[in-house]
Design a protein around this ligand. Structure first.
Ligand code: 3HC
Ligand code: NAI
Length: 694
């Protein structure tokens, strides 16, 4: 079946693109549009041409799966130029999503009409590239440089209303898009308006606010620290001030550079990895889903409140349960304050905040949870408390409801065994703040039913999260790997690095905060408490000696005004503290550890390859289904720089032979207790393989 067809009706040619699911502009689509266009132009009975797409959306962009194959003619830019060069009016009829190359095609057409509800945008920057089929040259000519820079450098989607007010659209249609597109075509013909070509417009340099390009570059250097493509987008838009052919040539040069860049490979990897994690192996797509309309949450603390907001903001009714009325009141007040903060920052309106709060009710009675479809437990991280909660839930909640735990580390199978329905129990591990962080680890117990997994995986998407399925082990995917990262940071403190040096090295690698500052923020005592429940053979006591000393001294982190750093009242900026340097020195001496100068490279290498080595073990054990799932967890839950694609992609980029060599060298230097290379790395290194295939 051809992905493009052409039909003529009443003097109008309709060129239809039909390439499900999102009409990505594949080679066949590019070829087909050109052929349809030529046929329509040669037909004397055709007076105007309407370009439209079948299915749920207009073209959502170039076919990203073709990027690794290299450009194959006809190029997208050739299609756009040919549309614009047509001697008969060409009208784009848009619906669904008009993104990336889809918008470039629409801008090549002479007129644009869209159904209400259409979303438009240039998401290329999120893939590490630029709109490279003349989008950076045509959009500024149409809407002005300032508005074009905003759209192209952020990748945001705008509504059809906004696009109309910016001048991207000429008309909005009601329900009957194609009927109104035909009327529009006839109006154009009746008024003799003919063709309009954006490439013929010259931008008046006087229309550009002084310093706009430099200010935008500076502001993006902060808000998109480390990302190359936002800067490249500014360069390309600036080239729109040149005569059109030179501007397009510059855009082409930048495009080829960006497409070949490691950052683009990393960001494209994540695009597919974030979609792949919704596909659960051995779970047919048509697996039945349970209906989730009402959600109960146990515990209105930091996590319970955030989880309540995540559901309520997605339009789902929530009942929060606490042990006592005062704790419930405090929890609801925190949620109210958070919504209030969102209103103040202009993220939502007061009416939306009221609506969200209206969906959240509180209770101290378990009986009020009887008819919930899903209950999520977010009480203290203590097995005994959690088991008691699940026993009670088993007694009161209706059959068929899903019972979930937000535990960070505990054994989901043991929690499930506290009920008579372990098949209904699953881990739903949210990240703090739960109303903001995109990641949701879905922990499948040994007995979790397939329809429970399928339901919560779809639910993750419904509440705007990326759901990644993990198996049961201490800390699941993310926190288990974090053990290694934190361990190396702690050991390097004793070996000679300062908290500030460690944090700066990892910040410069691209992490939003270094590991020591993160520990201060989360509370140093949380880790101490978790380790107390562990067998001492499970962790390296040296690595956490300073942590435990600080907790003994009451220096638990930001919440006590001091931890590894000092904090001034009401200020979260970490201030280095000589007293902590002294404690580090004492602990190193007491443990016979000689202090030396440690390079920033060593800091990054040890912390990041500790993640990679444990990631490989997790993969081989089947705790994670795919290496991409691990990358999705680290980018969306732990702030691993998106432009590096996640720890496993980073190792692939370094090369697994080199990765194996680095880990072996670390083993030779620090011993095999933590640094024995994962067998999977050794095997892939020897075969010349990569994690990508897993
Ligand atoms: N190329 C190839 N495949 C694509 C694709 C694309 N541009 N966009 C989506 N897909 C695939 C997805 O991988 C997914 O495949 P799967 O079912 O096998 O996992 C399937 O289409 C459905 O996608 P979603 O699950 O994302 O569907 P949603 O309904 O949730 O979202 C969407 C729809 C908003 C259109 C979303 O798919 C999206 O944002 N797509 C990418 C848009 C984009 O980045 N366009 C720019 C491409 S680059 C470009 O155009 C370069 C040009 O300037 C030269
Ligand atoms: P928290 O201490 O802020 O809140 C726990 C709440 O549970 C308190 O309000 C307490 O009154 C209530 N509670 C305790 N026992 C209860 C019971 N039997 N019935 C009803 N309510 C009860 O703790 P936080 O940080 O919200 O953590 C909760 C869970 O979420 C823990 O399992 C934790 O490991 C997990 N988690 C925490 C993250 C974090 O960053 N804080 C991140 C991800 C998971």
């Amino acid at each position: 079946m051809s992905v493009v067809s052409m039909e003529v009706k009443d003097g109008l040619a309709y060129v239809w693109v039909d390439n499900p699911p999102v009409n990505a502009i594949s080679h066949g689509v590019r070829q087909g549009i050109l052929e349809g266009l030529v046929e329509a132009l040669e037909d004397d009975g055709v007076e105007a041409i309407i370009l439209a797409a079948r299915g749920r959306t207009f073209m959502a962009g170039a076919d990203i799966t073709e990027f690794d194959k290299g450009p194959q003619p006809p190029h997208l830019s050739q299609v756009v130029e040919t549309l614009e060069a047509a001697g008969k009016p060409v009208i784009a009829a848009l619906h669904g999503f008009t993104l990336g190359g889809g918008l470039e095609i629409a801008l090549g057409c002479h007129y644009r009409i869209a159904a209400t509800g259409t979303k438009l945008g240039f998401p290329e920057v999120t893939l590490g590239i630029i709109p490279g089929a003349t989008g950076t040259q045509r959009l500024p000519r149409l809407v002005g440089v300032k508005a074009a820079l905003d759209l192209i450098t952020t990748g945001k989607q705008i509504t059809a209303d906004t696009a109309l007010s910016l001048g991207i659209l000429d008309r909005l249609s009601g329900d009957d898009l194609m009927g109104q597109a035909a009327d529009f075509a006839r109006d154009i013909l009746a008024q003799g308006e003919g063709v309009r070509r954006l490439s013929e417009i010259m931008i008046d340099p006087q229309s550009i606010p002084a310093g706009l390009f430099d200010d935008t570059r500076k502001s993006l250097a902060k808000s998109k620290r480390g990302f190359e493509s936002p800067q490249a987008c500014v360069d390309a838009v600036e080239a729109a001030l040149l005569p059109y052919p030179q501007g397009v040539a510059r855009e082409r040069e930048i495009t080829l550079e960006r497409r070949a860049s490691p950052q683009s490979a990393a960001q494209r990897h994540l695009f597919f990895a974030e979609r792949a994690c919704g596909h659960i192996p051995n779970l047919p797509k048509d697996t039945a889903k349970r209906l989730i309309k009402k959600v109960g949450i146990i515990g209105a603390g930091t996590m319970g409140g955030g989880i309540a907001m995540a559901f309520s903001s997605a339009g789902i009714d929530v009942t929060l349960l606490e042990i006592a009325q005062d704790a419930l009141d405090a929890g609801l007040a925190r949620v109210g304050n958070n919504y209030g903060g969102n209103v103040k920052r202009g993220r939502i309106t007061q009416a939306q905040a009221d609506e969200c709060m209206g969906r959240i009710s509180g209770t101290t009675e378990y009986a009020n949870l009887a008819d919930m479809d899903l209950v999520i437990e977010a009480v203290f991280e203590k097995m005994e408390v959690k088991k008691q909660v699940f026993e009670t839930l088993d007694d009161v909640v209706k059959p068929g409801a899903i019972l979930a735990t937000n535990t960070s580390y505990l054994d989901v199978n043991e929690i499930a065994a506290a009920t008579k329905r372990p098949e209904d129990v699953v881990g739903l591990h949210f990240f703090s703040p739960a109303n903001v962080m995109k990641l949701l680890e879905i922990v499948r117990g040994d007995k979790t039913a397939p329809d429970v997994l399928s339901t919560v995986s779809a639910l993750a998407k419904r509440i705007g999260k990326v759901g990644v399925v993990a198996g049961v082990c201490f800390g699941f995917i993310g926190n288990r790997m974090l053990q290694g990262y934190a361990r190396e940071a702690g050991l390097m403190l004793l070996e000679g690095a300062s908290p500030g040096q460690i944090d700066q090295a990892l910040y410069d690698f691209g992490m939003p905060m270094g590991p020591i500052a993160v520990t201060d923020m989360a509370g140093i005592d949380i880790g101490t408490m978790i380790r107390q429940a562990l067998d001492p053979s499970a962790y390296d006591a040296n690595a956490f000696a300073v942590h435990d000393r600080l907790v003994e001294m009451g220096r638990k982190g930001q919440k006590t005004g001091a931890g590894f750093y000092r904090y001034e009242v009401g200020n979260r900026t970490p201030i280095p503290d000589l007293a902590v340097d002294a404690i580090i020195g004492q602990e190193a001496e007491a443990r016979g550890i000689a202090r030396r100068s440690i390079s920033d490279d060593e800091i990054v290498q040890r912390c990041i390859f500790a993640l990679v080595n444990i990631g490989a073990q997790i993969l081989e054990e089947g705790i994670a289904y795919r290496s991409g799932d691990i990358d999705v967890v680290y980018v969306n839950g732990y702030g691993f720089p998106r432009y590096r694609g996640g720890p496993m992609h980073y190792a692939d980029h370094v090369g697994l032979a080199k990765t194996f060599e680095i880990i072996c060298a670390l083993r030779d230097q620090h011993g095999g207790r933590w640094w024995t290379p994962a067998p999977l790395i050794e095997r892939l290194a020897k075969q010349g393989g990569s994690f990508h295939s897993f």
